[in-house]
Design a protein around this ligand. Structure first.
Ligand code: NAD
Length: 260
């Protein structure tokens, strides 16, 4: 098992990509904290994973934009499992509008969840990682960390920002054995994407089928969605890679949508 005895916090892991990463980590022997907005959903996901094993899991309520909630969730992790080896900052939402129609409140919400959330969870985990001699921090970026799309000013800005944060964390954390990397998935069929299909069809004046075939998968090498399992595999690779040789990097998993 690649993560035997490791302790991981995965934010936004009651659903979608985060849930699959948590499952993969537990299957590799890690003890995982499901940190999500809704306590019941987080605990239900944790119970599912405990039944599967061999790692353990607990659910905690954490709004990643709240410093108090983040600090409490990290403290609960250490209280329950004694340490924090892996942070996957994954919680995220999508809001799409043309810039001139983008409500300022929605812009701030997007940046708060994606960037403040990444900052606050990193800040809370680093002291534990330092005192333990190292750790792995993984940010959920996107192809939109490297490419732009219409309607996604806030998302693209936030996902590009994560590259900068990861590079700084890699430099500051190097002497303490703390590695920071970014996973950049293409479109993955989760609730976050399902919600966008009719919204984009309306904003762009095209059919939902065209949104999927042209907007989402048009630039891939094979017209295929990336899967939650694909992303979890990369998250396992980053978590299990034990040296600073792999730090400050981003890895794109997108059926060739973005190459580079
Ligand atoms: P999802 O909607 O299935 O899951 C997101 C989870 O984040 C939910 O459980 C939600 O409750 C949680 N969440 C939302 N706001 C939160 C907050 N403030 N605090 C804590 N938790 C919060 O979405 P997903 O597709 O699994 O997305 C996960 C991450 O992957 C996001 O960062 C997203 O930007 C990124 N991503 C998704 C895709 C894709 O195509 N689905 C592609 C690239 C990157």
């Amino acid at each position: 098992m690649k993560l035997d005895g490791k302790v991981a916090i995965v934010t936004g892991s009651a659903s979608g990509i985060g849930a699959e990463i948590a499952k993969r980590y537990v299957s590799e022997g890690a003890n995982v904290v499901i940190a999500d907005l809704n306590l019941e959903a987080a605990q239900a996901k944790a119970a599912e994973l405990v039944a599967m094993g061999p790692g353990k899991a607990i659910g905690v309520a954490m709004d990643v934009t709240s410093e108090d909630a983040v600090n409490a969730g990290v403290a609960a992790t250490v209280q329950q499992f004694g340490r924090v080896d892996i942070l996957v900052s994954n919680a995220g939402i999508q809001i799409v509008h043309r810039i001139e129609d983008f409500p300022y409140a929605d812009w701030k919400k997007m940046l708060a969840i994606h960037l403040d959330g990444a900052f606050l969870t990193t800040k809370a985990c680093i002291p534990h990682m330092k005192s333990q001699g190292g750790g792995a921090i993984i940010y959920m970026g996107s192809v939109h960390s490297h490419e732009a799309s219409p309607l996604k000013s806030a998302y693209v800005t936030a996902k590009h920002g994560l590259l900068g944060l990861a590079r700084v964390v890699a430099k500051e954390g190097g002497s303490s054995g703390i590695r920071a990397n970014v996973i950049c998935p293409g479109f993955v069929r989760t609730p976050l994407v399902d919600k966008q299909i009719p919204e984009q069809a309306k904003s762009l004046g095209i059919s939902e089928d065209e949104v999927v075939k042209k907007v989402m998968l048009g630039e891939t090498v094979d017209g295929e969605f990336t899967t939650v399992a694909d992303v979890a595999e990369v998250a396992l690779f980053f978590a299990g890679f034990e040296t600073n040789a792999l730090s400050g990097q981003s890895l794109t998993v997108s059926h060739g949508w973005h190459m580079g």
